[in-house]
Write a protein that binds this ligand. Structure first.
Ligand code: DQA
Length: 144
């Protein structure tokens, strides 16, 4: 089993990007954190990031065909992308929607999600610590 961790636009700039909102952990640190969580749990974890919507759609198709569970931080696409939603709807294993910040405490446009009603679970506001928690849950609940 493989857990795919997919990150959308601007998340490659973690550490530099609005640190008061997203913290000081860099994207490279986040990748290591997720891979280490996988090693501890005995599952393969692959972490990807893109600023291109079509690339994200393609990765979701790949996960759908392979029946991989996905942790998806779709960034801004969360709030408006029907294309990302339609691709995520095709997933055959669990989907965890993840946000580093608590989007519900922020601007009203961030309160809308095109993903929450098709996700198994939503993690928001735990900072980057949400990623290993989501990976652990998926590793332990893969077949259910
Ligand atoms: C985010 C929240 C989104 O509103 C924002 O557009 C992001 C990051 C988060 O991780 O808190 O890019 O998904």
């Amino acid at each position: 089993m493989k857990v795919l961790v997919l990150n959308g636009p601007n998340l490659g700039r973690l550490g530099k990007r609005e640190p008061t909102v997203y913290g000081s952990t860099t994207y490279a640190d986040l990748v290591s954190m997720c891979e280490e969580a996988g090693e501890d749990l005995g599952v393969e974890v692959e972490v990807r990031q893109t600023d291109h919507e079509g690339e994200m759609v393609g990765w979701l198709h790949e996960a759908a065909d392979a029946s991989w569970p996905v942790v998806l931080n779709a960034g801004a696409w969360t709030h408006y992308s029907v294309a990302v939603r339609d691709a995520a709807s095709q997933l055959t294993a669990h989907l965890v929607e993840l946000h580093i910040s608590n989007v519900h405490k922020r601007e009203p446009f961030r309160h809308t999600s095109y993903l929450s009603d098709i996700a198994t679970a939503v993690v928001a506001g735990l900072g980057v610590a949400g990623y290993p928690l989501a990976i652990r849950w998926l590793a332990e609940n893969a077949g259910e």
